[in-house]
Each structure stands twice: as C-alpha cells, then as structure tokens.
Ligand binder design. Sequence first.
Ligand code: OFO
Length: 168
Amino acid sequence: MNKSIEKLLNDQVKYEAGASMHYLAMASWADANGYNGIAEFFYNQSEEERVHMIKLVKFINERSGKVVVPALEQPTPEYKSLNELFEVFLKSEMFVTEQINHVIFECLDKKDYNVHNFMQWYVTEQLEEEAVARTLLDKLNIIGDDKSGHYMFDRDINTIVSSATAAE
Ligand code: OFO
C-alpha cells in the first residue's frame, strides 16, 4: 500500500476512535443529566464509531499495511446545554467527512482504486450521520430553552432519527 494512503487510513482510525470516545463522554453526560433517550442515542453512536474504526484496522491489515493503534485525547466531559452537545456532534461529523474526502482525494491521486472503493462506504455513512446531526440540531433550535420541549426531544429522539434517515 502506498505510504501516504497508509498514513491517512491510520489517521482515519484515530478520528473514528476519537469520535467513539467523544460520543461515549456525551452519552455519559446525558445519562448523568437525566436525558436517557439522548444517552442511548450517543451510546449507540459511540458503538457505531468503534465499528467504523475496526473496519479500517482490518482493511489496513488485509492490504498488508501497518496499523498504528493511536493514543487519544480526553474528550470534553461537560456541556452547557443540549444545543452545545448537538453542535459539537455536528462539528465532529463534519470534521470526519472532511478527513474522508481527503483520503478519497489521495486515493484518486495515487490511483489506488481499491482503497477508493472501500472508502465509499464511509462516504455514504457520513452523509447519513451529518443529516441526522443537522436534523437534531434544527429541532433543538426550534425548541429553544423550553424545558418541556427538551423532555419531549429526549423521549422522541429515536423517532426523530428514524424519520431523518427515512427521508434520505
Ligand atoms: Fe464514523 O461515522 Fe461518523 O464519524
């Protein structure tokens, strides 16, 4: 495997792992603050990102590349509001999308169509996750500071996510 692509795939392992830990911290914050639906949503997101990370690790090994398991920074443990929580979620997904685009660009540049093909799965996944993050943030912006609105958002988050993904 081309060394620059191997490096970018390893960077991607780190970003997926970072997102997984970040979402775990968000789930834990939501859990501790009584938002059980949101906590469940982020526990699931955290698990999904871990799956994305492992998929990359296995692929690098299959292609006889060298995997470097990364050290991670501690994620933020505190959030001021639900809006802040979901703003950070959207930013995190947008960051990951940018990095995936970077890998795709390098694959085309180095004519590695095998990795390019593999990365298409991540492109689709990011489209979906960014759409979900945007939908949730839009709903929270409509709700504003209304506590009963937050209560219903927490109760209905799985329905909101299902309708956002169905609308794709
Ligand atoms: Fe790994 O799917 Fe989003 O970040």
